[in-house]
Design a protein around this ligand. Structure first.
Ligand code: LYS
Length: 300
């Protein structure tokens, strides 16, 4: 497989210093070598340009969303990269940066595929809108925007309207969900496998159901969006919104063995590493590299 590495050094979506250093930190820790070693061809397409915006300008575009226009611009540029990569028959692998970039990845992938599914693996739902968000941070809104819910500046990125249908969305590992997100998930009848559900039914059972549902639907592409905060907070102290009771390493790996083993995943995000919040021994970077090594071995 040809992997296209696309860095998105953005922190406007989480409004916290550090997430913008994710792509450079992973490159310093030899992500490119790792991909080569796993037998794939790698094209490092570099980083998407991030326009400079000062903190005092964060509410310039909307009173309830921070950095709205720059995020839309960055995601629009990312979409085109993802679309071109898929058009070339390659596998876009997007490294963040905060999770607001998911809007761009999904928009690019959905332009390429007729019917896209999205697997959102995250401690959070990321289905807020400016009306339900407790923070105004756009990294809590990308999945809603991709389903065409929220502000038009976010729902109309790359092309107008819906990028993924709610029935093709699968949320896995969520355990910190805001009230408005719960209401929306219920209203849309989303395939939402919270950590409570995973613990009740077992991870194998839940993964099996996701695989079956996707296989028996009419989707022709699957974007997997992985936020490292789905892992237990003691594995990833260097992330902006860590949450306890997450997946241990072995379960994290099992998720990738199973989903990538099905060969239906066509693009991926890997987001929310914040090197400035990491511990002295770089625990989070070590976790990320171990997981990435497993991911690239599992992509075929
Ligand atoms: N739900 C919270 C919010 O909207 C946290 C989102 C974290 C996203 N990675 O601000």
């Amino acid at each position: 497989m040809n992997i296209n590495l696309i860095g998105v050094p953005i922190n406007y979506g989480c409004d916290r210093d550090g997430a913008q250093y994710g792509p450079s930190k992973l490159r310093e820790n030899n992500i490119v070598e790792l991909i080569k070693k796993s037998g794939h061809a790698i094209y490092d397409l570099g980083d998407i340009h991030i326009p400079k915006v000062y903190p005092e300008e964060k509410y310039n575009n909307h009173e309830k969303m921070k950095y709205l226009n720059p995020i839309a611009e960055i995601c629009n540029n990312l979409s085109q990269q993802v679309y071109c990569s898929l058009n070339a028959g390659d596998f876009p692998f997007i490294v963040g940066g905060d999770h607001s970039l998911g809007i761009g990845s999904i928009a690019g992938a959905s332009k390429y595929f007729k019917e896209l599914a999205v697997i959102w693996i995250d401690a959070h739902g990321d289905i807020n809108t400016y009306e339900t968000s407790p923070s105004g941070n756009i990294h809590g809104m990308p999945l809603a925007a991709s389903m065409n819910i929220g502000h038009p500046t976010l729902t109309n990125i790359y092309y107008d309207g819906q990028k993924v249908k709610p029935e093709n969305v699968y949320i896995l590992g969520s355990r910190d969900i805001d009230t408005g997100e719960f209401d929306l998930a219920k209203e849309l009848n989303l395939n939402m496998y919270t950590m409570d559900i995973v613990r009740q039914r077992g991870l194998d059972n839940v993964l099996e159901e996701i695989v079956e549902k996707i296989k028996f639907s009419n989707v022709d592409g699957v974007h997997l969006s992985f936020d490292i905060d789905v892992l237990d907070s003691n594995l990833v102290p260097g992330t902006g919104t860590p949450v306890i009771n997450g997946f241990p390493m072995e379960e994290g790996k099992k998720i990738f063995t199973t989903l990538l083993g099905e060969k239906f995943i066509t693009s991926m995000d890997f987001v929310e590493l914040n090197p400035l919040l990491d511990e002295d021994d770089e625990k989070t970077v070590t976790t990320c590299i171990e997981m990435l090594e497993h991911i690239f071995k599992s992509i075929s």
